[in-house]
Write a protein of this length. Structure first.
Length: 320
C-alpha cells in the first residue's frame, strides 16, 4: 500500500534576500541599509531623531521652516510633491503648508520602504488641501511614478539621505530622477556638512544606546524573515569617522568567533572575532561638492540655505 506524503512548499523569499546573500558573502561583509527600516527599526529611528546628540533633523527642520515660502514660490508652486525616503515626513509639513498657502491644494507622494512610517505620515499630513498618496518601496520605485504626475513637480530628497548612498550612488539616483522630470520641475536636496568628529560621532552613537539598538535590529529581522540564528548580543555596534573618505562608517562587530546559519539562503557564515559587518555609511560633503553633484546630475542649483552654525545645507535646484 502506497503512502502519499504531501509536500509543503517553502514560503517565497523576500525580494531583498539576494541583496543579503551578496552582502554577507562579500569582503568585507555588509548589509543593505534599507533593511534597517522594518516597523521596529522605523520606530527606533524616529526616537533617534529626538535625541540631543542627533542634530541633523532639528537643524534641517529649522532651515525648512525658515525658507519654506521661498521654496514653495520658486517651485511653481508645485502641484505634486514627491519625497524620496519620506519616513514619517515630520519635516515635510512646513513645505506642504507653504505650497498649499499659495496654490490652495497639493498632492503629496511619500515613498519609503517602511509601510508603518508611511501610515503615520498619511494620518498626520492628510487633510484639507493636502492629499497623500504613499508608495511603499525603494527610491527607484518612485521614478516611474514621476512621469504621470501633474506639474510643476517638486521632489524632496532630504534628511541627508544622499550621503548614505555615497558619491556614485547619489549621482546615479539624482541623474535618474532628473531624467524623470521636465523643464521647470524642482528638487530640494538636504545634506549634512563636514564638521568635527566630536560633533559627528555622538550623532551616530548616542549615549543612550538607541542607535545601537536600531542597528542590531537588522539581525532580529534576518532571524525573523530568513530563519537566521544571529545572536544580537554577540555583536557590538561601532561608528567610526573616516577622514580620508569624509564619512561616518557604521556596522556590527563580532565579539567572538561564531557560526551563523541562514537556512533560507542555504548560507553558513563563519565570523572571526573582531570581524565587521557594515550596515551604513554617511558621507559629509561641502556645499560646493553638493552643488557639483546636482550639476553633474543635470540640475541647475539655484539657492542654498544653511543654518547659522553651517552644519547643514538645503539646496533648491531646477531642471533647466
Amino acid at each position: 500500500m502506497f503512502q502519499v506524503t504531501q509536500l509543503i512548499a517553502a514560503p517565497p523569499l523576500p525580494d531583498w534576500a539576494e541583496d543579503v546573500r551578496r552582502g554577507l558573502t562579500a569582503s568585507p561583509r555588509r548589509l543593505p541599509a534599507y533593511l534597517l527600516y522594518d516597523a521596529r527599526g522605523s520606530a527606533l529611528f524616529e526616537a533617534i531623531t529626538q535625541l540631543p546628540e542627533y542634530y541633523l533633523t532639528r537643524t534641517e527642520r529649522a532651515i525648512l521652516r525658515a525658507h519654506a515660502s521661498t521654496i514653495a514660490t520658486h517651485s511653481g508652486p508645485a502641484a505634486s510633491v514627491v519625497e524620496l525616503g519620506a519616513g514619517t515626513a515630520t519635516k515635510t509639513r512646513v513645505v506642504l503648508d507653504a505650497v498649499r498657502a499659495i496654490r490652495g491644494s497639493v498632492a503629496f507622494h511619500p515613498i519609503d520602504v517602511s509601510r508603518d512610517a508611511l501610515d503615520t505620515a498619511t494620518r498626520a499630513l492628510g487633510g484639507p488641501g493636502i492629499s497623500v498618496h504613499p508608495l511603499v518601496g525603494r527610491y527607484e520605485d518612485a521614478l516611474p511614478l514621476l512621469d504621470g504626475l501633474p506639474g510643476p513637480r517638486l521632489v524632496l530628497f532630504i534628511g541627508s539621505s544622499a550621503g548614505n548612498l555615497g558619491p556614485v550612488g547619489a549621482l546615479r539616483l539624482l541623474t535618474r530622477v532628473r531624467r524623470s522630470l521636465v523643464r521647470g520641475d524642482c528638487l530640494v536636496l538636504g545634506a549634512d556638512l563636514p564638521k568635527k568628529p566630536g560633533v559627528l560621532l555622538p550623532a551616530y552613537d548616542d549615549a543612550a544606546g538607541v542607535t545601537a539598538a536600531f542597528e542590531k535590529n537588522v539581525l532580529v529581522r534576518l532571524n525573523r524573515e530568513l530563519g537566521a540564528d544571529f545572536e544580537p548580543d554577540a555583536f557590538e555596534y561601532r561608528a567610526t569617522w573616516d577622514a580620508r573618505a569624509s564619512c561616518v562608517r557604521m556596522g556590527l562587530e563580532s565579539l567572538r568567533a561564531q557560526t551563523v546559519h541562514l537556512p533560507a539562503l542555504g548560507l553558513t557564515l563563519r565570523l572571526a572575532r573582531g570581524e565587521h559587518v557594515e550596515t551604513e555609511r554617511s558621507y559629509k560633503w561641502s556645499t560646493h561638492v553638493q552643488q557639483q553633484l546636482l550639476a553633474r546630475a543635470g540640475f541647475k542649483p539655484e539657492r542654498v540655505f544653511t543654518d547659522a552654525r553651517g552644519w547643514f545645507a538645503v539646496h533648491l535646484a531646477r531642471v533647466p
